[in-house]
Design a protein around this ligand. Structure first.
Ligand code: NDP
Length: 270
């Protein structure tokens, strides 16, 4: 029997990761034999753990919090998306042992919004809440869909300013200068993980607004519930983004793009 391709996700912590489940499903669907595990690396030990994995014959790996920037620094070559994000979430080990880095988070989000959800981003006014690593990584992909503007509002305004300075049509906006009724509001903060809501006025939503929360859970996220309570038309969580970024990683490794709808449905409904 063919030896399975060796893959894994690196993170700290990593126990919660659904990536092994997602890639096992992609492997079944495409008939590609793979073994995808979880590798916990303590901070300061990421590089050494990667070396070990490569020595075991790994084909590639994913990288999650907190190692995406470190992975970017480790890569010998990076794609344009990784360069824009200054972060790598997908690494390929080449035949001669080089590490090539890519970032699929932004294009995964874009695929979920435009293909799965059918949202129109061209000429839209987008509000992005938060200015951490995930937001920095997704802005170039959002811009590719030609929104009329992207406003970034973050608790720490300097971080929003730094991202805006690197991207066209992107503005750091304080709470008092927010527009009314954005077409799309993207919550890229981790506030919901602590059961908190970012401090924003309800007027950012109108009856046509779509809310996207990058986090996901068994029930409607607190941000999306608030958006719907404020009158937003639709709300989606980040499960679709998670599966779409994984499909793009799979394509980077195997040059074939698996179908995502059955996997999103499996994760959503068990
Ligand atoms: P970071 O730690 O880099 O950034 C966190 C951001 O959240 C910062 O902007 C921070 O503001 C803000 N924040 C945290 N707590 C609060 C609060 N109580 N009120 C207001 N703002 C707050 O995280 P990442 O950018 O890496 O990730 C952000 C989220 O996106 C995470 O929850 C992560 O799970 C999710 N994610 C989902 C993905 C998916 O596939 N669905 C992929 C990647 C990320 P400040 O700058 O002021 O500290």
């Amino acid at each position: 029997m063919e030896k399975p391709h060796l893959l894994a996700v690196f993170g700290y912590p990593v126990a919660h990761s659904r990536s092994p489940l997602i890639h096992a499903a992609f492997g079944q669907e495409t008939g590609i034999a793979l073994s995808y595990g979880k590798r916990e690396a303590r901070p300061g030990h990421f590089g050494a753990e990667v070396d070990k994995f490569v020595a075991e014959g790994a084909l590639g790996f994913n990288i999650t919090v907190p190692f995406k920037a470190e992975a970017f620094a480790l890569a010998q070559q990076v794609t344009e998306r990784a360069r824009q994000a200054k972060a790598v979430n997908t690494m390929k080990v080449t035949a001669d042992g080089e590490l090539h880095g890519h970032n699929t988070d932004g294009d995964g989000l874009l695929a979920d919004m435009t293909v799965n959800l059918g949202w129109k981003l061209s000429d839209s006014k987008i509000l992005v809440v938060g200015a951490g690593g995930a937001v920095a990584g997704v802005i170039p992909s959002l811009l590719q869909a030609n929104p009329s503007r992207i406003d970034i509002c973050n608790r720490t305004i300097s971080k929003a300013e730094a991202i805006a300075a690197q991207n066209p049509r992107t503005f750091a906006v304080g709470r008092e200068s927010l527009l009314q009724g954005y077409d799309i509001v993207l919550n890229g903060t981790s506030a919901g993980l602590a059961g908190e809501l970012p401090d924003l006025p309800a007027t950012i939503f109108a009856s046509h607004s779509c809310s996207y929360d990058m986090i996901y859970g068994d029930k409607t996220t607190s941000f999306n519930q608030w958006a719907l309570d404020c009158g937003a038309a639709q709300a989606a969580d980040g499960l679709g983004m998670l599966v779409e970024q994984a499909a793009l990683a799979f394509e980077y490794w195997f040059e074939t793009r698996p179908a995502t709808a059955p996997v999103i449905s499996m994760l959503r409904h068990g």
